[in-house]
Ligand binder design. Structure first.
Ligand code: MG
Length: 382
């Protein structure tokens, strides 16, 4: 039996952030024990599917709106599953809500670095460095890391660590000195003598030259630039995309390209090869995690009791991954297997006439709007 026989049976519950005052009241009012829940979920890639730069593409606003009821409450469980990042999930949710004209909850935003929060226990009180565009240190602080510095701030404590900084009009050190009061006196530890215990590449690095230099300094010294060789601290990447679709007409180099550059250089100047862990798609972990998040959304939306138990038990018949990058979105969804179903759009990295040869998708469409049309027709007989 399918859950959607009658449109009136589709439960309408607004997804809100737990901080909202009326959240629990509304949840109680809107609980519909026994209400049938949709057996499918959707994961959208963002860059090249929903947006190019900051502009919506492929009819994404109207496609996403179809997943909500007329009163703006969520009807179909979906998340954004992106390898991008650099801002906290709450901020990205607000941004996406504005661009797409619907209410997106922070829970619906799964970024490349979102799994870093699972590492808080290990590094909670250790000095860690966060690399990348945006607000990498804020992202990590929000996850619970207590001693985290952005690589901009960290580098600013070491005189002459970047011999080229004088040639960079945009140098982050100069910008940092100009915009910030010296923070060392406010910190409860000495940046120059405290070992960095972990390095996290949160988002695409901005100053590759400086960042590769400082990361090599940290990683080969055992955590303190300028010291003798030591054991390499752990290094984590939020994702490993070689290329991605941004506003420019053809692909741009991504975090995977930075990883290759860092690894090649590190392995030339250090006796043992670079050790690292990459998160994000196409890693099967990213899809397992996405499925768990979708289950939480179903539990919150179609609330019938204990969220944790509900979330563990709920099984999807199909989860659609809609992406533009065959070697990231499609390879990952295909590898994750049941219940994942891969949908490839032609609005980003992939532009082929037929299916991709190396990583063929279960379905190829022009745009995300066409993908949603297919899914709703198939699932709702709409
Ligand atoms: Mg993409």
């Amino acid at each position: 039996m399918r859950w959607f026989r009658s449109a009136s049976r589709i439960p309408r519950v607004k997804l809100e952030t737990p901080r909202s005052r009326s959240y629990s009241q509304r949840q109680q009012q809107q609980q519909q024990p026994g209400t049938q829940r949709p057996p499918f979920g959707i994961a959208f890639d963002i860059d090249g599917v929903i947006l190019r730069g900051r502009n919506p593409i492929g009819g994404s606003p109207q496609a996403i709106r179809r997943l909500y009821a007329h009163d703006g409450t969520l009807k179909i469980p979906f998340i954004f599953l992106t390898n991008g990042g650099g801002v906290p999930e709450s901020k990205r949710a607000t941004e996406l809500s504005g661009l797409l004209g619907v209410q997106i909850s922070p829970l619906q935003v799964v970024q490349g670095h979102s799994p870093f929060r699972e590492l808080v226990k290990r590094f909670e009180n250790e000095l860690v460095v966060a690399v990348g565009k945006g607000e990498p240190a804020t992202v990590m602080s929000e996850y619970g890391f207590k001693k985290v510095l952005s690589i901009d701030e960290y580098a600013s404590y070491f005189d002459d660590i970047d011999p080229l900084s004088q040639y960079k009009a945009w140098s982050s050190k100069q910008a940092y000195d100009k915009n910030h009061m010296p923070r060392e006196s406010q910190l409860s530890y000495n940046v120059l003598s405290d070992s960095v215990k972990g390095a996290f590449v949160v988002s695409d690095p901005v100053d590759w030259g400086r960042d590769i230099q400082v990361l090599c300094d940290i990683l080969r010294s055992g955590g303190i630039p300028g010291r003798e060789k030591g054991h390499q601290p752990p290094l984590y990447f939020a994702a490993d995309d070689l290329e991605y679709q941004a506003a420019f007409p053809c692909e741009r180099l991504g975090m995977g390209a930075f990883r290759i550059a860092l690894e090649s250089i590190f392995n030339k100047i250090h006796s043992s090869p670079l050790e690292y862990i990459s998160f994000g798609k196409p890693n099967p972990f990213a899809f397992k995690n996405a499925e768990a998040v979708l289950r939480q959304i179903v539990s919150k939306t179609y609330n019938t009791g204990n969220i944790m138990n509900e979330a563990k038990e709920y099984k999807f018949s199909t989860i659609y991954m809609i992406g533009d990058n065959p070697s990231v979105d499609i390879k990952g969804a295909n590898k994750a297997g049941d219940p994942w179903f891969s949908v490839l759009t032609r609005t980003g990295v992939f532009r082929g006439k037929d299916n991709h040869t190396q990583f063929p998708a279960n379905l190829v469409v022009e745009t995300v709007e066409e993908a949603i049309d297919y899914i709703l027709k198939k699932e709702l007989h709409a």
